[in-house]
Design a protein around this ligand. Sequence first.
Ligand code: GCU
Length: 404
Amino acid sequence: MKTFARRMAAVIALIMITTSDAGARDFAPDATNLPAYTLPDPLKAADGKAVTTAEGWTKSRRAEVLELFRTHVFGRVPPAAAAAGAVKSEVVGVDPGAIDGTATLKRLKFTATHGGKSLVFTASLFIPNAAPKPVPAFILICNRGATNIDPSRVLRSDFWPAEEILARGYATAAYQVGEIDPDRKDGYAEGVRALFDDGVPAPDAWATLSAWAWGASRILDHLETDPAIAKGKVAVIGHSRGGKTALWAAAQDERFGLACVNESGCGGANLLRRRFEGRESVARINKNFPYWFNANFKRYDNREDDLPVDHHMLSALVAPRWVHVGSAEEDLWADPRGEFLGLVHAAPVYALLGKKGLGAREMPPIGVPLRGDGLAYHIRAGKHNLGLEDWQAYLDTADRAFRP
Ligand code: GCU
């Protein structure tokens, strides 16, 4: 029976893959005239055969899709950077009475070493004192200024509402991406890629988003050594360029139990093939942020249809673990409906792995999160930002994922 259901899910996926994805709720100004597009089928292997079993996905097709993203989009981390022991982590400060005695603050220092050189980056980790241990945790990829993740809590930003996260019984760590790889066109020499790359980077070498995602995994390495943190119950969260990074981090690193992908748009959760004026295209992102993606990705400027992947396959790589995508109504640049549809078209992979996925094909109302099994989505009113309403939605999903 189960096999039959899985086969049916795969058949349905094959039928639905060519689409204009027209729907009742769209935010694109010319939504009714969007050209139809054909998405690559996540469940069709490189040899042309349909993937019809969970094993077929986990043992073979998943690795193929991951390779496609490495080769054509984000690039590949060099073996020296991925090797155990490439990074040393230390707790360089502990305050057991942080935030009025409610939390323990640990200051973390990471030293990456290669070829006699090294690079240091830092993170702050808050653990709730009263909650029974071990606790689940959120790692925030911070692409904004360091004032947004102030460990002293003199400055409190809703970008990292540590007090609310702790009150919900979660630990939380945050790091500033610029310490790992500068968010600048001319930042290469100062970042971790220059440290680990031997020679001139290849067209499929890691780019900046991959370096930031690598950083999230190094912080997770450390959290796994802390007995207060529950293994397998760590979420990675990021906003915008940080959201793209969060999804790529969870796609690669199966230890993340949940990816919270806020307003990630192009290169994150949305569908690159959904073309409308006003969204960010591959050509635009490559022009403005060439260092985020590898050199091969430049080949797809104005040629989205030639890419062997689209980003529903990026969310599918996280299956059967949780992905929660968040959009904002006024954030057309990121294409809210395209972000939603990325999850809709990832659902066949979830179905094959025995998860319902989103459980809907139409967008939920503004301000009403939709939670299925493995996939969740919300769209809130307002502009491009990560704030308290988003965090509350992500925390509710984490409760479902980690404390069912
Ligand atoms: C720019 C960029 C987006 C990115 C955003 C951000 O708008 O074009 O791709 O998501 O910055 O990171 O805030």
